[in-house]
Design a protein. Structure first.
Length: 188
């Protein structure tokens, strides 16, 4: 049984229109990746840009989150390191991340940052379970008032399971990863 407040939230989240993240966010990557298991962030040692490592059943890849460029790809990683392992759920980096262990959040667990230093927050809700909705807010996740003012419904999963969503450690990249697609948004 839902409380009156819970029912109000459920109705608010169910009625919210799907919209892209508001400015200053801009889309940078919308890449289909079949069998996506998880993703992780690391800083490019040369530029400091956020890099995203994707781990899937089809291999590993590293992307520049600002340009969307594929920087490295391994279609046949060593089976012993192909999936996140250990207490920190890491995979060895490749390309510009070679020699580093990258923490991966997704099917095997773990998580990305849910907030940024300047107050952006990401949450996952399921008012119509099993479908999940990804909410982005500027008010610390209070979700007062209608969508589109201080909070936005930025993604809804209906066909592919949500693997993870969240921010890079810098707070300049927002990632939403499902079993079949990687979406990245960046800001200056």
């Amino acid at each position: 049984m839902f409380t009156a407040h819970e029912q109000q939230l459920r109705e608010r989240f169910s009625a919210a229109p799907l919209s892209p993240p508001p400015p200053p966010w801009r889309p940078s990557v919308a890449r289909p990746i079949g069998g996506l298991l998880g993703i992780g962030f690391a800083a490019d040692p040369g530029t400091g840009h956020d890099l995203v490592m994707a781990v899937s059943q089809g291999g590993h890849g590293v992307f520049d989150s600002v340009t969307g460029a594929v920087l490295a790809r391994d279609r046949d990683p060593d089976r012993d390191v192909a999936e996140p392992s250990g207490a920190s759920l890491t995979c060895p980096g490749l390309g510009p991340l070679a020699g580093t262990e990258v923490r991966i959040a997704g099917l095997h667990g773990g998580g990305l940052h849910a907030t940024t230093r300047d107050g952006w927050t990401i949450d996952v809700v399921s008012p119509q379970w099993p479908h999940q909705r990804v909410l982005l807010s500027t008010d610390g996740g209070l979700y007062h008032g209608p969508a589109g003012r201080d909070w936005w419904l930025v993604h809804e999963t209906t066909h592919a399971a949500l693997r993870t969503c969240g921010f890079s450690p810098s707070g300049l990249t927002l990632a939403i990863a499902t079993a079949g697609v990687l979406l990245l948004y960046t800001r200056a």
